[in-house]
Design a protein around this ligand. Structure first.
Ligand SMILES: Nc1nc2c(ncn2[C@@H]2O[C@H](COP(=O)(O)OP(=O)(O)OP(=O)(O)O)[C@@H](O)[C@H]2O)c(=O)[nH]1
Ligand SMILES: [Zn+2]
Length: 351
C-alpha cells in the first residue's frame, strides 16, 4: 500500500499528520485497553497488541504508557507489540475512582468533547460546568449539545440562560438527536482527521445521536470485547466509530464518571474568584457577612445563585483532590515538599 493510501486510511481514525513517521513501522490507534492487552485499529482492521516491556516497568510514569486515543508504532509479530507512542496533541485526564488518588489519562488526541444534555429533566447547567472544567487544560474543545429540542416549544429562555452562564467561546447547539437534518451541523466537528468523544448522563440521548450520525451507512466500527472476571469474552461495545462525515468518535468508559483531578484552574469561574478576592473581608466565608462582595453580587443579580453554588462545590472538590494529590506526590518523592503542578489563580491559603 502506498503512503498516501495509508495516510488516507489513518485519517479516518483521526490521524492529522501528512506524512508517516520514519522507520516504516505500522501505525495504529489505541481504541481500548484492558488487562489482557490493547486493542488497536489501523483504519482498516482491529487487532490485539501487547505493550513493549519498558511500558510494564514498575515506577514508570503512568502518562508514558499507551492509552486510548494514542497513535502508536507497532512491530509486527505474534502478538504485535506497541513500541512507541507518538506525541499527543491533546490529553484528557481525571482523578481515578477509588480510595487512592491517582491522576489518570482518559483519552488522548481528542479534538472535541461533545457534552450532551437533554432539554428535559436531565437539563443541568452545573453538570455541564463540571465537564467544561475537566476539559479546560486538555487542549480539546468542549461543545455543548442540548438534545430533545423537539419535545419543547419553550426552551428559548433556558438556552439563553445557559448561553449567559457559559463562556462565550463554548459553542452551544440545541438539536433533535433523532433528526439527521438537525444533527447535520455537527459535521464541522466530525470531519476527516477529527476525533470526538460524546459524554452525558444516562438517557441524555448519546446512542440516539450516535445512530443518527452513523445514518444508514455501513461503517467499519471497532467492536471491542470486554472480559469478565474469568477472562471470558463477554459483551462487545463499539470503541471507535468511523463516521460518514469522515471523523471518528471514540467511546471510552473513562469518560463516564468524571471527578476533578485537583489541577483545574476553574477558569470558568475566574470572575467569581476575582469577586471573592475583592471582598473586603480577607477571611470572609462569603456567607452572611454584611457588605460581603459576593453577597452584594448575589443580591443585585450580578451573580446567579446556582452558578455560585456550583463554583463552591467544584472549588471544594478541587481543593480536596489537590490536597490528596500533593500528599501522594510528596510520598512518592520521599517527603520532600513539592511545587504545585499549576498555580491556582485566586486561591487563598487555607489550613
Ligand atoms: N424526542 C427526542 N427524543 C430523544 C432525543 N434524544 C434521545 N431521545 C430519547 O431519549 C431516550 C434516551 O436516549 P438514549 O439515546 O438511549 O440515551 P443514552 O444517552 O444513550 O442513554 P444511556 O445508554 O443510558 O447512556 C430514548 O427514548 C430516545 O429516543 C431527541 O433529541 N428528541
Ligand atoms: Zn465575602
Amino acid at each position: 500500500m502506498s503512503d498516501s493510501e495509508t495516510i488516507e486510511r489513518l485519517r479516518s481514525i483521526g490521524w492529522r499528520g501528512d506524512r508517516l513517521p520514519d522507520g516504516g513501522l505500522r501505525l495504529a490507534r489505541v481504541v481500548a485497553q484492558h488487562r489482557a492487552g490493547y486493542e488497536l485499529h489501523d483504519g482498516q482492521t482491529l487487532f490485539g497488541a501487547q505493550p513493549d516491556g519498558r511500558y510494564l516497568k514498575r515506577g514508570i510514569d503512568a502518562g508514558e504508557r499507551p492509552v486510548v486515543g494514542d497513535f502508536v508504532e507497532v512491530s509486527d509479530g505474534k502478538p504485535p507489540h506497541i513500541v512507541n507512542v507518538l506525541p499527543r496533541r491533546t490529553v484528557l485526564s481525571r482523578a481515578a475512582a477509588g480510595e487512592r488518588y491517582e491522576r489518570q489519562l482518559i483519552a488522548t488526541n481528542i479534538d472535541y468533547v461533545l457534552v450532551l444534555t437533554g432539554l428535559d429533566g436531565d437539563f443541568n447547567p452545573a453538570r455541564i460546568e463540571r465537564y467544561l472544567s475537566l476539559t479546560e487544560d486538555s487542549g480539546a474543545q468542549p461543545v455543548v449539545l442540548l438534545s430533545k429540542l423537539d419535545t419543547r416549544d419553550d426552551a428559548d429562555a433556558q438556552i439563553a440562560a445557559l448561553r449567559a452562564r457559559l463562556p462565550a467561546d463554548v459553542p452551544i447547539h440545541p438539536l433533535n438527536g433523532k433528526d439527521p437534518a438537525s444533527v447535520a451541523l455537527l459535521a464541522r466537528y466530525l470531519g476527516p482527521g477529527d476525533s470526538a468523544v460524546l459524554v452525558g448522563s444516562s438517557g441524555a440521548g448519546k446512542s440516539t445521536l450516535t445512530n443518527t450520525l452513523l445514518g444508514t451507512a455501513t461503517m467499519a466500527t471497532a467492536e471491542v470485547r470486554s472480559h469478565d472476571s474469568r477472562g471470558r469474552h463477554t459483551t462487545t461495545h463499539r470503541a471507535l466509530l468511523q463516521l460518514p462525515s469522515g471523523g471518528c468518535m471514540i467511546d471510552t468508559p473513562g469518560m463516564r464518571e468524571l471527578k476533578l483531578t485537583g489541577e483545574e484552574n476553574l477558569d470558568l469561574f475566574a470572575d467569581i474568584e476575582a469577586l471573592a478576592e475583592a471582598c473586603r473581608f480577607a477571611d470572609c466565608g462569603h456567607g452572611s457577612e454584611p457588605g460581603c462582595a459576593v453577597q452584594v453580587a448575589l443580591d443585585n443579580g450580578e451573580l446567579a445563585p446556582g452558578r455560585w453554588r456550583n463554583y463552591l462545590k467544584l472549588h471544594d472538590e478541587r481543593e480536596e483532590q489537590a490536597a490528596t494529590l500533593e500528599a501522594r506526590l510528596r510520598k512518592q518523592r520521599g517527603g520532600r515538599p513539592i511545587e504545585r503542578p499549576h498555580g491556582h489563580r485566586g486561591q487563598r491559603e487555607r489550613d
